[in-house]
Design a protein. Sequence first.
Length: 550
Amino acid sequence: MDRTGALWFTDEGNSAIGRITVGGAITEFPLPVYWFSSSITTGPDGNLWFGAESNTTSYANASPYLGRVTTAGVMAFFPLPNSARGVPYSITTGPDGALWYTDGYAIWRAQINASAPPPAITQITPNSINTGSPATTLRILGSALESTTSFFCPAGTVTWNSTPLSVLSATPTEIDATVPANLLASPTTATVTVVAPYWNGSTCSSQSAQGTVQVVTPTSSGGSLSLSTSSVSFTGSPGQPPSPQSISVTSTGSPLTFSVSIALTSSAPSTWLTASPASAVTPANIKLFRRPGGCVDFSCRSLQREREFHCFQRRVGDGKIRVYTQGATTVPMPSTVLPQFVFGGGWYSALYFSNLTGAQVSFPVGFVSDAGTPLTVPAIGGRITQVSLAAYGTAIVEAPNVGSLLEGYAEFTPPSGVYGYGVFRQSIPGLPDQEAVVPFSAANATLNTLTFDETNFTTAAAIVNSGSTAATVVITVIDSNGNAIGTSSITLPPGNKTEAALRNLPGLSGMVGKRGLAQFSVSSGNVAVLGLRFDGSAFTSIPATSNGQF
């Protein structure tokens, strides 16, 4: 049965494929000369698939094929491997989205292209490894990563700059593969490629996804790392699990990124295990939990708002665990923010990104509350999401209108060639939804200017200090003739944000009934601003210039 409800059948006597509607109308589509067909089924792509056999000159020495016919009657034929010894019959679509059939000698599985979405990599952990590190396990997260194999296709592969890696485990959403120590001897930017073969109906094809991992020389630029203790021991009584053990990681000077490795100093002192991504940020707290059965849980939580990682689990015996930090490098600040990100309580927000380059790119997007603490977005399962864009691809990050109202902002550093915007939507019962498109803002600006109209509207602003130091934002309002109306100031701690109707700020009530400019400046630190104009229940965004640049 096709999607219209019509039934399809094979007519061996007339060497045709037939279609009969629920009203009884029959249409037949003839096969080529010397072709005949067997059973038929609806494929996962919505087309009809059937077994076929043919020889262009006679019925002798016929070759087996899978046939495909669209609902419009357009046919295509795909030769089967030489090992197939007869015409496919008893064909059906399995729950895995593949075609299953028998040729009288064996049961076959054919994975057609429609059931083979391209693989995508969303995150590789760790994404930075120190030179001279021991063999390291990569955790590759994404979709459609596992090789979709049939009897015809080989297993998938993972390569590091074209060198095959040993795959420890593979699922559609996660692959663990080991990078040997000899590949980590020198600094490099390694391209990690996941290749997933699939059966396209006639041959084995493959699709791939790529990501990058940095191999870097450790440096103490910006400061040095220190640990509160370098080792912990687990002891406990029967029926009572040991208490969690904590180790503090701090740095002198600027905040530093670091990775964490562990070694068992009793039962397996030579066994190193990478326990966290190489982008935890100081200051941080590493917490270790000894679980029943010998499994140790590692939690590596950064005290800075934009980082939190949960480390791998490994089954280990009792004994002492030593923790090592590696790879101190300075922490780059995000270059771009969406100053207002709100969801729940009648609000929905989304970020759109497009890649204008011919290369796949990936970058993290973090979410921060107004108070500068991590903002968990339930729709993404955390406070950080990895945006992966194919060449010329597009992606969206959404926060649906679910639960109570939560507000904050988004911060990220888009790669060169990536652009985008945000969208807000307000839903009020009994009224049409109101929606506005909002631009991204530069995170490192010291001056923002927006144009206001308070004649019949109300002007509000979301003001963000995404920097690492406190900032006093001076707001100066100027009328349409260039005359100063008033000034006000707001002090924002590091990473904090506020939002307000400008007319309600001390010293700015004189802007009511006028048009003009509002300037937001800091003498030290950074400021990012987004303006919103309200007219009753309707609203729209007001773009702000950054440091005088549109």
